[in-house]
Design a protein around this ligand. Sequence first.
Ligand code: 2DT
Length: 212
Amino acid sequence: NRQSNESRGALIVLEGLDRSGKTSQSNRLLSFLEGLGFSVEAWRFPDRNTCVGGMISSYLANKSELDDHTIHLLFSANRWEKRSLMESKLKSGTTLIVDRYSYSGVAFSSAKGLDIEWCKAPEIGLLAPDLVLYLDIPPEKAAERGGYGSERYEQLEFQQKVSQQYHILRDPTWQIVDARLPMEDVEKQLKELVLDSVTACRKGKSLSQLWL
Ligand code: 2DT
């Protein structure tokens, strides 16, 4: 086990449209890092296993209606309720591979027309990722993959708006990976980027906060 007191884990976030391959790639990264002997966990947001997560899940399944601001704040609260656990895991040396994070929060809510700065505000002070991996796919291509479920947001027209918002949010630190490539090619690129990030964190890169 390569864990030690001095080295922390990396906070690695996967973002992208529905059907961009985030979940499959998270699983592959998890096995990859486990295979190298690192302490690692795969997380996802929303975390539907909390009380707040239950409200979010019901909203996504169209079983309840909530004002756009209200659901935005619930998604944010769902990250806040996991923040301290996240920090302790990272500090104890566990790397977290996180499927969606604050960027999904801001991209999806601002795609509905909410002000982008308003959307960012409740995210301030959450842990900043060490690495953001954006699985880039045109909405039309993602839709062709089929398998959009029946949840709210799983429609081409809305995904196009989300895609535009992700574009606005992107910054030069994001790693953009072409998600139209075969899964194995995407995986290869992600593995390299993740390994670099894990190494930098072990060497003492400090944890920081959103959106400073
Ligand atoms: P999954 O299909 O990945 O479970 O996501 N969403 C997600 C938001 O609107 N705000 C957020 O903060 C997060 C994390 C994206 C469920 C849907 O919830 C959206 C898709």
